[in-house]
Ligand binder design. Structure first.
Ligand code: SIN
Length: 491
């Protein structure tokens, strides 16, 4: 396996060590994990595969940092976070390059992700100083009541590979702003973006033990987090299967959880929709990050009266996508993350073809002539509920179109899944907008909009897509407790 070392303007942002208790560290036994560029399959570098003792000492250090950090004035915490935010913007180009190298998405998307990631640090730096309690009026004479808002304790975060920077800041920024030291376990496949964020946190002056990055094996670090009662909060983004395992493993010490899990987003196009707008929105919604987002359109439901017309507007846009390395100018679709991801997409497309779906694009998704884990974008028509891709998250650049008749059938098809993260509806009927938005069993609904992610909005799902909200004025609540104080004898 050949190796390519990233070329950065600030080379110190590329770290091959974990960041524990304010210091850069290796595993005590020297074990490491290689990290690959999915576009070339070349090794970019290695990170420590931390051993149990080192993980335990990081938890102990975070626990020791809690009293001082939780008592630090929110404004002081905010000032440090603002420095961190400025450093992210200053180094945005290097951060984007690292992100593309380890994750594969086109550089333009990585730049957007870095701005999005930084916006969570900025947003929660602003929200922290607004933490406030309540003074209810008692129903009994002689009493006064206070409701305090206090930091929940040490927090842990486990983040996915599809947004190696933004999913990190969406979790750690509210934790840190709320006074919780946070232990981050980034995805094994994409740890370098998180380590670069730690280098910038160190430069910004975030105190030791307040933010640590633990690299290594999920099978070791996950149970160390869930089993340790000193960690009072765990936030996870990833699959529903792993979310359920973490929830059951956290039951013993009743850790608080935020779970942002799988999706199966419907993208509904009604007869009265503006088809050009809907097709443009679908391009962004479906093909961002090569279809590897939890909020990507997974099922495109198109009303009978515009089905053929919509296909004729959408298909040329898909044909114009350019597959390749994310560092190459003009590339709009990068590789999938691993061979396993590629195999999953191939399994779903073969199953759909066998069950009667028709591929409308010329290139076969499974055969691009490139060295990495590529999958050519494709549209399938005549997709239906018999096919596995109707029920499973595709996580690839495949758009299956399903025909429906009428609003009732659209909502029924859309809700026919255990998932409930994002959904999208395109229509120009203002009454229908209300009915459908209210009827969709999803945490988020885009109406005539294919991109709903925003730091000021509550991101999260219902049903088996998890619980808890990230971003918005509510995101910080996940890291705060209520404490009720009742003062008696006050005549
Ligand atoms: C996700 O895929 O989980 C996050 C996508 C986003 O925030 O836009």
């Amino acid at each position: 396996m050949s190796t390519t070392v990233p070329t950065l303007t600030t080379p110190s942002l590329f770290r091959e060590q974990a960041y524990l208790n304010g210091a850069w560290a290796s595993a005590s036994n020297g074990a490491t994990i290689p990290v690959e560029n999915p576009a070339t399959r070349e090794v970019i570098g290695h990170v420590p595969n931390l051993d149990d003792a080192t993980v335990q000492s990081a938890i102990t250090a975070a626990h020791a940092a809690f009293p001082a950090w939780s008592k630090t004035l929110p404004r002081e915490r905010s000032n440090l976070m603002r420095k961190w935010h400025s450093l992210m913007l200053k180094h945005a180009e290097d951060l984007a390059t690292l992100l593309t190298l380890e994750q594969g998405k086109p550089l333009s998307e990585s730049r957007t992700e870095i701005a999005y990631a930084a916006s969570f640090i900025e947003w929660f730096a602003e929200e922290g100083p607004r933490i406030a309690g309540e003074i209810p009026t008692s129903t009994k004479p002689g009493q006064r009541m206070l409701v305090l808002r206090q930091s929940v304790g040490v927090a842990a975060a486990i983040t996915p590979w599809n947004f190696p920077s933004a999913m990190v800041t969406r979790k750690i920024a509210p934790a840190i702003a709320a006074g919780c030291p946070v232990l981050l376990k980034p995805a094994e496949l994409t740890p370098f973006s998180a380590l670069a964020l730690a280098a910038l946190a160190e430069e910004a002056g975030i105190p030791k033990g307040v933010f640590s990055v633990l690299t290594g094996d999920s099978a070791r670090i996950g149970p160390a987090f869930t089993g340790d009662a000193r960690i009072r909060k765990l936030s996870f983004t990833g699959s529903t299967r792993v979310g359920k395992l973490l929830a059951s493993a956290s039951a013993d010490n009743l850790k608080r959880l935020s779970l942002e899990l799988g999706g199966n987003a419907p993208f509904i196009v009604f007869n009265d929709a503006n088809l050009e707008d809907a097709a443009n929105a679908l391009m962004a919604c479906k093909f961002r990050n090569a279809g590897q987002t939890c909020v990507c359109a997974n099922r495109v439901l198109v009303e009978d009266g515009v089905y053929d017309k919509f296909l004729s507007v959408f298909a040329p846009k898909v044909a114009a996508l350019k597959l390749g390395s994310g560092l190459e100018a003009g590339v709009t679709i990068g590789p999938l993350i691993t061979k396993l991801a590629q195999e999953k997409v191939n399994r779903l497309t073969s199953d759909a073809e066998k069950k009667g779906a028709k591929r409308e694009t010329s290139a076969s998704p499974s055969a691009p002539d490139l060295p990495g884990y590529f999958c050519a974008p494709a549209i399938y028509t005549d997709a239906d509920a018999k096919m596995d891709m109707f029920h499973e998250e595709i996580f690839g650049p495949i758009a299956p179109l399903t025909r429906f008749k009428g609003e009732e059938e659209a909502v029924k098809l859309a809700n026919a899944t255990p998932y409930g993260l994002a959904s999208y509806v395109f229509t120009n009927d203002h009454k229908r907008i209300w009915r459908v938005a209210e009827g969709l069993e999803y945490g988020m609904v885009g109406v005539n909009e294919g991109y709903v992610s925003n730091p000021v909005a509550p991101f999260g799902g219902v049903k088996e897509s998890g619980y808890g909200r990230e971003g918005s004025i509510h995101g910080i609540d996940e890291y705060l407790e209520y404490k009720y104080v009742c003062l008696g004898g006050i005549a």
